[in-house]
Design a protein around this ligand. Structure first.
Ligand SMILES: C[S@@+](CC[C@H](N)C(=O)[O-])C[C@H]1O[C@@H](n2cnc3c(N)ncnc32)[C@H](O)[C@@H]1O
Length: 290
């Protein structure tokens, strides 16, 4: 299936958002979870996925043995917590405008305790946000913040859509691009960084997940076969060409950056990554516009 085709929640890119939600459900079921997302299990249940997506630790252990993707749930837990902590630091620094780029089925606007004065925008494909909001409404989910979904393709003029939804470029913003970059063609990625920069007042922050060696991360027959069984060709969905690192792009734009390798973050949270985990080259980039 090509990324230009069907966009419902159980096919194409939609299922990537669902798979991440399943990992968050698994983490939520653990004692001492790094992040708790009570809605994750509901997204998986409501979607009716053709793939057997585990939502508890026991199911995950059983399925992981077959899928050949060891450590993915731990990775998602660590990544989720690393970016949750980033938002807490941004709030502590007085930032009150948040933009989640490609928020997928993450329920941050609902699962984190945002103060009332905060506005949280979330951008993703219309079909993904549609499904997400239907399930959240069914769950009776509420949020204290001013929550504004902006359904648009990030390869289009999303900056204008964001401003139409009330985004204020004079106000410092905390941006997040989590699980997004490999889905964008190189020119759209470059445009994304320029647009973030254009819309960022001094004092704005950005957190980005970057997978250094995407080719190596995808070099697994088990992952390809597993995805194919759900009608997804990962080669069609993900772009593996070499590009400048986020650090290089942001430094060129005058931002201060700090790279935290995912294995280091994982160890810091007391949840070391599996030695066979295929995305060990992932880096969390934290940047600030002076
Ligand atoms: C792997 S999911 C990650 C979602 C979320 N950040 C999380 O961690 O749960 C990738 C997300 O990127 C979104 N995405 C990919 N390409 C996109 C595009 N061109 N425009 C908008 N969203 C896009 C998908 O719809 C999907 O929700």
């Amino acid at each position: 299936m090509s990324s230009e085709q069907e966009w419902d929640i159980v096919s194409g890119i939609g299922i990537t958002a669902l798979a991440v939600a399943a990992s968050r459900a698994v983490e939520t079921s653990r004692d001492g979870a790094l992040a708790k997302d009570p809605y994750a299990v509901r997204f998986v249940a409501e979607a009716g996925s053709p793939l057997p997506l585990p939502t508890t630790e026991a199911e995950a252990t059983a399925i992981e043995g077959e899928s050949g993707a060891p450590g993915v749930d731990t990775y998602v837990a660590v990544r989720t917590r690393a970016f949750d902590d980033y938002f807490q630091r941004a709030l502590d620094a007085g930032v009150t405008q948040i933009v989640l780029l490609a928020s997928g089925l993450d329920a941050r606007p609902f699962r984190l305790p945002w103060p009332e004065a905060v506005v949280v925008f979330e951008i993703d494909q219309p079909q993904v946000l549609d499904f997400k909001m239907k399930v959240l409404r069914k769950c009776g989910a509420t949020t204290a913040c001013d929550h504004r979904p902006v359904p648009i393709d990030l390869r289009l003029d999303w900056g204008t859509a964001l401003e139409k939804a009330g985004f204020d470029r004079a106000r410092p913003t905390a941006w997040l691009a989590e699980g997004l970059l490999p889905y964008l063609p190189p020119e759209a990625e470059e445009e994304l960084f320029h647009e973030i920069h254009r819309l960022s007042a001094p004092g704005s922050r950005l957190a980005v997940e970057y997978v250094g060696d995407m080719r190596q991360a995808l070099d697994s027959d088990a992952i390809r076969d597993n995805a194919r069984s759900a009608g997804v060709d990962v080669g069609d969905l993900l772009h593996t060409d070499q590009r400048p690192t986020p650090r290089a792009r942001l430094s060129d734009l005058g931002w201060e950056t700090r790279d935290v390798p995912a294995p280091e973050a994982a160890t810091g949270y007391g949840r070391p990554l599996d030695p066979d985990f295929l995305m060990r080259s992932a880096v969390y980039v934290f940047a600030r516009r002076p």
